[in-house]
Design a protein around this ligand. Structure first.
Ligand SMILES: [Cu+2]
Length: 152
């Protein structure tokens, strides 16, 4: 009886590791189609407002410009489009990874081209990143210069 149980447990362990091996062997197929949306040549995102080095009130509107590319809401797969992300005091994440959603990573998921933010007094950095329907930056990435503003 004891012997039988041991054998059975060993079999389950063996089939589990086989499944794990299969999953490890083909991670690419599970991710297929995600994280490799091409950006159009010459695509360019920039700040209309504020400009680098400017002083801003605590509550202000960030206005975004985009050239050679279109805007589509998150979840909409359409060539040569994406939606905007405003990174506040945060670096761009690793390529191929979705942009997180929190106070430092604002998604303009409805296709907005401006967003009102309220920041604490002091120096902050802002950066724009366009990403695809899955919130993953394009290849090559379309991102603005990182700018610095002083909130008074
Ligand atoms: Cu997004």
């Amino acid at each position: 009886m004891t012997m039988r149980r041991t054998v059975r447990a060993a079999l389950i362990a063996a089939s589990l590791s086989a499944a794990a091996l299969v999953a490890a062997a083909c991670p690419a197929s599970a991710q297929e189609g995600k994280g490799n949306t091409p950006s159009p040549k010459g695509a360019f995102v920039y700040f209309h407002y504020p400009k680098d080095g400017s002083r801003v009130p605590q509550r202000f509107t960030v206005r975004i410009g985009l050239k050679e590319m279109g805007v589509a809401p998150a979840g909409v797969k359409m060539a040569n489009t994406g939606h905007h992300h405003l990174l506040i005091d945060a670096p761009p994440g690793p390529p191929g990874e979705p942009i997180p959603s929190d106070y430092n990573h604002i998604h303009l998921g409805n296709g907005q081209t401006e967003v009102v933010v309220t920041l604490t007094p002091g120096v902050h950095t802002l950066q724009l990143v366009v990403a695809d329907q899955d919130h993953i930056p394009h290849v090559p990435p379309v991102m603005s210069q990182k700018i610095t503003v002083t909130v008074r």
